[in-house]
Design a protein. Structure first.
Length: 142
């Protein structure tokens, strides 16, 4: 299965579903503007895609956040200042506004798992593809 994110125009393949580990996020770049998106799969197999930029710190770190739940709703806790965001609507559950006065809401991206065409090469922009020149992440192995 291929994970695809809708960029507002079309579905963009970003990685294989097998590349994702439940509870751990990855940052992906959506062309053509190289927009950073934090992509997650939870333990039930649900996919989530939100902006990778933390509106409180300004850092692109949300892919390193922690998945959880609050009152039965899936959440993402920022690794910076620990604000928690509802993954169903993107809003911050701790504060209404970011330090710059804008609403504390993450953009949510439509995401799906689609059948992989066996005749197509794997997307070279995959976050875990070692041949991706933009991939500076080194796999951590114990």
């Amino acid at each position: 299965m291929t994970v695809e994110i809708h960029d507002g125009t079309r579905w963009q393949p970003v990685c294989s579903l097998d590349d994702l580990q439940p509870g751990r996020g990855v940052a992906v770049l959506l062309p053509p503007a190289d927009t950073q998106v934090a992509l997650f799969v939870d333990r039930s197999g649900a996919l989530y895609a939100v902006d990778n930029r933390d509106p409180f710190s300004g850092a692109h770190v949300l892919s390193r956040g922690l998945l959880g739940s609050r009152e039965g709703r899936p959440t993402l806790a920022s690794p910076m200042y620990k604000q928690t965001f509802d993954l169903t609507d993107g809003r911050c559950l701790d504060e209404d506004t970011a330090p710059d006065g804008t609403p504390a809401v993450l953009r949510r991206w439509p995401v799906r798992a689609a059948a992989t065409d066996p005749g197509k090469p794997r997307n070279s922009r995959s976050p875990l593809n070692p041949q991706n020149p933009r991939n500076s992440r080194k796999e951590e192995r114990a």
